[in-house]
Ligand binder design. Structure first.
Ligand code: GSH
Length: 266
């Protein structure tokens, strides 16, 4: 039995859910309420010492880190492979996956966190909030979240995130002008790992971030059209949810748009 500790809006968990769906595996979801910080309970930390979703449990063994989970699933269930075929393409695939983990993921967090998690934390007393934030195991993440709670979208992380998103989009546009998917004409784990970070753009209505990149737009539309994407991601964003997120994303867009214009004028 495969179990996945997950949250509907977590891009890392979305990646894993897309892989599970592509492979048509049976699995069960255990929802971790990130707004309530269930990810920082002693019980969850035993399973995932980093205190994050996703965690996959298979044969009673927990596996953590979303990209590693995706590769693990492709190894353990090789039917319908999602790994690129040639060694060069595999290197490219892993480059994109690493880029997502180290650059795009923190950037997405800095944009999404002030809109979704911060308001929940602000309902708590300052003491309770600080106690929760102190429990975050890794220092860079702890410090970043403290900054984002304190400064919201005014935090310096936000402009850096917009720069990272834009440079990623431009690199993707170049790659996608040569081939159908990000590393070749085959859909691979690299596409799966990138797509949820465009879901964030889409759900908040920030598509202007890639309005000048037709190949990226084509690629994301094709990702969204896949049954796996609909089953693993879009099913959690029905009309009302999407409407609500678009409303929440609008004030942030004014800030992002300004930073974007500054970047373009440089
Ligand atoms: N490198 C980890 C990152 C996981 C991660 O940051 N997950 C987020 C949701 S996308 C989370 O659980 N955040 C909770 C928190 O930071 O308190 C992975 O790829 O699995």
């Amino acid at each position: 039995m495969i179990e996945l500790y997950t949250h509907p809006m977590s891009p890392c968990a979305q990646k894993v859910r897309i892989v599970l769906s592509e492979k048509q595996l049976d699995w069960s979801a255990i929802y971790v309420d990130l707004a309530k910080k269930e990810n920082l309970t002693a019980q969850y930390l035993q399973l995932n010492p980093l205190g994050v979703v996703p965690t996959l449990v298979y044969n009673d063994k927990p596996i953590i880190e979303s990209s590693i989970i995706c590769e693990y699933l492709d190894d353990a269930f090789p039917e319908k492979p999602l790994t690129a075929t040639t060694p060069y393409e595999r290197a490219q695939m892993r480059f994109w996956m690493k880029h997502v983990d180290t650059k795009l993921h923190p950037s997405c967090g800095a944009l999404q966190w002030p809109i979704i998690m911060r308001p929940e934390l602000m309902k708590k007393s300052e003491e309770e909030r600080n106690q929760l934030l102190e429990k975050i195991p890794e220092k860079p993440r702890r410090e970043r979240q403290k900054r984002l709670v304190k400064m919201g979208l005014e935090a310096p992380d936000v402009i850096d995130s917009i720069k990272t998103y834009r440079s990623t989009i431009l690199k993707m546009e170049q790659a996608l002008s040569q081939q159908e998917w990000i590393v070749s004409n085959d859909f691979t784990l690299a596409d799966i790992c990138l797509a949820p970070y465009f879901q964030t753009i889409y759900q908040f209505g920030w598509q202007e971030l890639f309005f000048d990149c037709p190949n990226v737009a084509r690629w994301f539309n094709k990702c969204m059209e896949r049954p796996s994407y609909q089953e693993a991601v879009l099913c959690d964003f029905d009309g009302d949810v999407l409407k609500n997120l678009r409303e929440k994303g609008l004030p942030a867009w004014q800030i992002i748009k300004q930073h974007l214009a500054d970047l373009r004028n440089k």
